[in-house]
Design a protein around this ligand. Structure first.
Ligand code: PMP
Length: 287
């Protein structure tokens, strides 16, 4: 089924959308992205995604080709034109195409950034089967670059982690660096001990998850204790519960870590409660 997508100022059927083969996103992964969830036709945590996008662009010295107001209007227009009830809006901004390949950044005055947005429908986004069963993760060496706080489209290592997980009969991976878990392949990682939620503090080692920020706020308001520190795979295996967060998964229970069951091996009460809490509150604040 064709979708209406947005490419550099135009709304087009996806079959007619084109970008240059010289686009630096394509040649160099010189591009940043965001994924915003849609529930009941409304955007979740939009302000967070917008401000992280601005930060990613700033860190890379890349200009946003559209204004804040235009960006929100494009999101809404695509959701509406494609009749998205539940799903996602993917947005990518690249350093554009200078009509040649070079490591040197082109002059932004003559080579404007490129922008692409498209939607994906996910009917069961709020109630996917995995949220009931929980997911299984493997431990996987974190061999990504050192600026994981910038949301770039360099996603080859996370894809390789995901494929290794699938090959091992699991769903995802916990990246490990210097013996400590950094994050999931496309999520932030947490363990639970009693009433305490433990997650790695923000740094260049992890993506500053928008769902993470919102969830920690809701969790603190709901009287959970929050400890921001790194943890090991062994600690995750011995924890009461584990879970991951991300814009498209919200709060997803992790029931097995590198071959060992976590707690009872089924989604625990804290992850289950946090998932409900996040969806309930984020929906109320959706725009
Ligand atoms: N870490 C990584 C590496 C990710 O790719 C993602 C999802 N894009 C996250 C964390 C979660 O971030 P968010 O909650 O903003 O989706």
């Amino acid at each position: 089924m064709t979708r209406i997508v947005y490419v550099n100022g135009e709304y087009l059927p996806d079959t007619e959308a084109k970008i240059s083969i010289f686009d630096r996103g394509f040649l160099m992964a010189d591009a940043v992205y965001e994924v915003t969830s849609v529930l009941d036709g409304k955007l979740l945590d939009y302000a967070g995604h917008e401000s992280r996008l601005a930060r990613s662009l700033d860190e890379l010295g890349m200009a946003n080709p559209v204004t804040k107001e235009e960006l929100l209007a494009i999101h809404r227009e695509l959701v509406s034109r494609n009749g998205v009830g539940n799903g996602l809006v993917y947005l990518q901004i690249t350093r554009g195409s200078a009509g040649d390949r070079s490591f040197v950044f082109p002059d932004p005055a003559t080579t404007p950034s490129g922008i692409v947005l498209f939607t994906q429908k996910v009917d069961d986004l709020d109630f996917p089967p995995a949220a009931k069963t929980g997911i299984k993760v493997i431990a996987f060496d974190d061999l990504r670059w050192g600026r994981r706080d910038i949301k770039t489209v360099q996603l080859l290592w996370p894809s390789m982690a995901k494929m290794a997980a699938k090959k091992a009969g699991c769903d995802d991976a916990f990246f490990v660096q210097d013996g400590m878990v950094t994050e999931g392949s496309a999520s932030n990682a947490y363990i639970v001990k009693g009433n305490r939620i433990i997650t790695r503090p923000l740094s260049n080692d992890i993506l500053h998850g928008i769902t993470r920020a919102t969830l920690l706020k809701y969790a603190a308001e709901a009287q959970f204790e929050i400890e921001e520190r790194a943890f090991t795979i062994a600690e995750a295996q011995a924890a009461d519960e584990a879970f991951v967060t991300g814009a498209s998964t919200f709060v997803m229970p992790v029931v097995e870590v590198d071959g060992a069951k976590v707690g009872s091996g089924t989604p625990g009460p804290v992850a289950t409660r946090l998932r409900e809490l996040y969806i309930e509150e984020a929906k109320k604040a959706a725009i």
